[in-house]
Design a protein around this ligand. Structure first.
Ligand SMILES: Nc1nc2c(ncn2[C@@H]2O[C@H](COP(=O)(O)OP(=O)(O)OP(=O)(O)O)[C@@H](O)[C@H]2O)c(=O)[nH]1
Ligand SMILES: [Mg+2]
Ligand SMILES: [Zn+2]
Length: 278
């Protein structure tokens, strides 16, 4: 008889798989998976036998490359307002890859006790789901955010040191390791090392190691359709395939010029467009 479960953690060749009845099995991959070069990742639904050999991976509903996870419903971008300092272009890059894959996205702005709240209001006005958090106040009201995470597989992403694990601990009453950032370098110490699913009641969260720089491997036309907040205007652009750059009669550019579109958002879009592949 085959059992079914979800990969919650991958550690040096072993896969921790949780079944519906909340039991965790430590499995090894079958030889045939290896020869087919099929590698189970966190979030995968898999089948295994009594001999604790993982023999099949079910078809993925979604697949995110960075962090590498399967079947997530929603991505939570965690950005600190300070320490490490807030970067508009980094957030716009994160948003572009996630919206390119058509996954739901939430932005959590942490360290509101340390930094200026302006970025929160900027993205709120662009129509994004935004939350302002101070992780040090353990009794803070996390209820609204929890409601957004319910009944979904959520993955946290963001730079090292922004407070992903601190937020996880607060939301799910855990005590996973966190660490001070290096004030000299202004960045985190890569405290979380593995990708892992945690759950409490009906909330499932994948915590991930932080990362900083990355390349956006989107073409120009892919990029232009990955800015969902431009969509209400791009319908009125003269050309269907408008890149909102040098084209005439572009509604997105008009909204930028009249100040309805967040300035940094459009300017970062143009920067990314210049770097994007044809
Ligand atoms: N002042 C303040 N400090 C915070 C807040 N959130 C997190 N921190 C601190 O920031 C540091 C880094 O937090 P972590 O939760 O380890 O960050 P992380 O994003 O998980 O980092 P990696 O695991 O390296 O990717 C810790 O010292 C936290 O106590 C906050 O809202 N305000
Ligand atoms: Mg962490
Ligand atoms: Zn346009």
């Amino acid at each position: 008889m085959l059992k079914k479960g979800q990969v919650i953690k991958v550690i040096s060749g072993f896969f921790d798989v949780k079944t519906k009845d909340n039991l965790v099995y430590r499995l090894r991959g079958s030889g045939s998976l290896r020869t087919k070069k099929l590698l189970p990742i966190v979030g995968d639904y898999v089948l295994f036998k009594e001999d604790l050999i993982l023999c099949e991976i079910e078809k993925r509903n979604s697949y995110l490359i960075r962090p590498k996870v399967a079947n997530v419903d929603q991505v939570v971008i965690v950005m600190s307002l300070s320490q490490p300092s807030f970067s508009y272009i980094l957030l716009d890059k994160f948003l572009a890859i996630i919206q390119y894959q058509e996954l739901d996205v939430i932005i959590v702005f942490t360290k509101m006790d340390l930094g200026d709240n302006k970025p929160y209001f900027d993205y709120l006005s662009q129509g994004f789901k935004c939350f302002l958090i101070n992780n040090l106040l353990k009794n803070e009201n996390f209820i609204d955010l929890k409601n957004e995470l319910k009944n979904k597989l959520n993955v946290f992403t963001g730079q090292s040191g922004v407070g992903k694990t601190s937020l996880l601990n607060n939301l799910l009453n855990l005590n996973e390791k966190t660490n001070d950032i290096s004030l000299a370098l202004g960045r985190g110490k890569h405290t979380t090392r593995v990708v892992e699913i945690f759950e409490l009641d009906d909330i499932k969260i994948i915590d991930t190691p932080g990362f900083g720089k990355f390349d956006l491997e989107l073409t120009k036309s892919q990029l232009s359709t990955s800015f969902f907040d431009f969509k209400i205007w791009s319908k009125k652009c003269k050309f269907i395939s408008c890149l909102h750059f040098k084209e005439e009669d572009c509604e997105v550019k008009r909204q930028y010029q009249n100040g309805s579109l967040l300035k940094t958002r459009y300017e970062n879009y143009i920067k990314m467009l210049m770097e994007a592949k044809k």
